[in-house]
Design a protein around this ligand. Sequence first.
Ligand SMILES: [Zn+2]
Length: 424
Amino acid sequence: MISSGSLGLVEAFPNKIPHKPDYSHPKGTSPWPKYGEKPNANTPEVKAWAKLVDWSKVPKLPIRKVKSPGDAPECPKHDVPKSDCWWTCTGCYAPDDVVDCPGKNAWGLTFDDGPQPGTTESLLALLKEKNVTATFFVTGMKSAKAPWLLQDTLEQGHHLASHTWSHSGLTTLTNEEIVAELKWTEKYIYDHTGYKIKYYRPPYGDVDNRVRAIATQLGFTTVIWSNEWDTQDWQLEENTISSKQIVNIFKNDLQTLPKRKNGVITLEHDGDPKMITMARTLLDMGLAKGMKPMDIAQCLNDPVGYNAVPKKPEPKFESVKKPQEELSSSKNEPPKSSPIPDNADNKATTPPELSESDSNDESVSNDESISNGESISSGESVSSGESISQQSVKKVSGALPSSNAAGLSVALWTLAAVAASLVL
Ligand SMILES: [Zn+2]
C-alpha cells in the first residue's frame, strides 16, 4: 500500500521541492497569504473565487464571536437555532458531514495542523513501519513553510486534505474570508503537488450551515471526527494532559468498538514529538483490537480522494522529439499523470520558463494565476524564474534541456503544473 500509494496514484515527483529550513520569502515578496494571519479577502483572487458561489444559497447566519483572532469561537449563552447546525456549540452534524468510516472496524486515521518539519517526517516513518496510510489535514500557512513535506507525504502513499490557510474558526469569518481560507489552501497544495483537494476539516470542527454552504459550492466535503474519538493529543504540547490520560481515553473508546456498526475517524496531530510517540502507542492499541487504519479516501471508498489528480502531460511543442521514448527510459520520468485537471485549459500549455517549486521571487501575475520562478533542485533541470499570466506566456523552447531526458521530463511536468495552475 505504501509503495504505490493508498490510492494507487502517486509516483515520485520528478521535480522535488528543495528541503529548506526556512522557506519564507523576503519581506513583502510572497504572493501567498501571510503566516499566522487570515488571508485578505479584498484581493482580486478572492473576488474571482467568490464568484464561484451562488450566494442566494448561503444562509445568512451570524458571524460568530471570538476572543482573539484565529481562535475557536465563543459559544453564546442563548440557544443557537437548530437550523444553524453549528457543530462547535451544539454538536450538530449535517447529513453530508463525514464523521465516521462506514466499514466495521475501519479506522480513519487523521493528523491535523501540519506539515511540521521534524515531526511530520517522524510520523511518516512510523506509518511506513506500520504499513498504514493516513489523511493529513494540512494548513496552507504551514505548507508554505515546508512544501516538500506535501510531496513526501503523497509519495509515501498518504492522502492530503485541507485544514484551511490560517487555522481560524471558520464561523468567525466573513463569507469572503471563508472563501479565501479554503481556496488559497487548495491553490497552494495544487500548485506544489498537482492534487486538487476535495476534503477539508474546519479548524476546531467549527462549522455551521453558512460555512457548509460555501465549502460545498466550492467543491469541498466537510470532515469532522467521530464523536468521542478526539484523542486530545493536542493538549500534550501545552502540558494540559498526561500521556496516561490520553491512553485511558483511547482505551475507553476502544471498549465501545464491538457495539459500533461502523468504523471511526480519530483526531490526532503531528506538530510535536510527544504527539508522534503517542501516535505509535495508540496505533498499537488499535491494531491489537482489530482496527483497520486507513486514510479518509479509503475509509469512504473514494477511489480518487481529490477533485483533480495529476495526469500524464502531452508534449505540445515542436522542439520535443519522440518524448515518450525518452521519458520511458528515464528514471526521473514524470508521474503517470500530469497535474492538469480534467477541466484544465490546455491552450495554456506553451512551456513557460518556470519551475513548479516555491521560491523567493514568485509573484502573482493576475487574479487567477500564480507563477513562480526559481531553479528546482532535482539536479537535472534548472529553469529560470519569471512570472507568467494567462495573457503572457513566454516562449521558452530554448530553455528546455532537450538533450537531457531527465531534464526534459522535469520540464514537461513543470509545464503541466503551470498550465494547470492557470485554471484554479
Ligand atoms: Zn487543527
